[in-house]
Design a protein around this ligand. Structure first.
Ligand code: AMP
Length: 173
């Protein structure tokens, strides 16, 4: 199955010059959604993952399903101010703007092996911040898994020494 056929380009969102890769056209397709989740699960089924961390918001859609299939727990990395209990926070730069993410302080037990999931890798700032939080809490990053990589934005370079897995990549298309 060519997952690219299910991902919609929305030029000019959220601002001019950005081609937004809309994965809602993939997630509404039962076979496409299942295949996306299954391909990531297959790759990490034997990697002794203890926990999936999904990045708000589209990382929740895939991360939850992947955690369920792997038979492990799910932890959300959220935008500031959303989590109710005590949090840790990391700031990062986006392809468009700056932001921060937070995780609950007690979300990870030191030594747990964590798979970090998001829909898309652009400049790598978000994923890098998620890794900072996971490691701050004593977790070990097994890998990053994305649906989409935009390698021309250099995100992989912000994640040196980590395994970075993606299902599809676009070369400046
Ligand atoms: P970055 O921190 O630059 O790697 O940005 C990754 C985050 O921003 C992910 O959570 C993506 O969902 C979102 N994002 C950045 N650029 C795009 C894009 N061109 N299309 C869709 N989502 C994007």
């Amino acid at each position: 199955m060519d997952l690219k056929e299910l991902i919609r380009d929305v030029p000019g969102f959220p601002k001019e010059g950005i081609i937004f890769k809309d994965i809602t056209t993939l997630t509404k397709d039962a076979a496409g959604f299942r295949e996306s989740v299954d391909r990531i699960v297959e790759r990490y089924a034997d990697a002794a993952v203890d926990l999936v961390v999904g990045i708000e918001a589209r990382g929740f859609i895939f991360g939850g399903a992947i955690a369920y299939q792997l038979g492990v727990g799910f932890v959300p990395a959220r935008k500031p101010g959303k989590l109710p209990a005590e949090t840790v926070r990391a700031e990062y730069e986006l392809e468009y703007g700056t932001d921060a993410i937070e995780m609950h302080k007690d979300a990870i037990t030191p030594g747990q092996r964590v798979l970090i999931v998001d829909d898309l890798l652009a400049t790598g700032g978000t994923a890098c911040a998620a890794a900072v939080l996971v490691e701050k809490l004593g977790g070990q990053v097994v890998a990053f898994a994305f649906l989409v990589d935009l390698p021309f934005l250099g995100g992989g370079g912000k994640l040196p020494g980590y395994e970075v897995f993606s299902l599809v990549a676009y070369e400046g298309e």
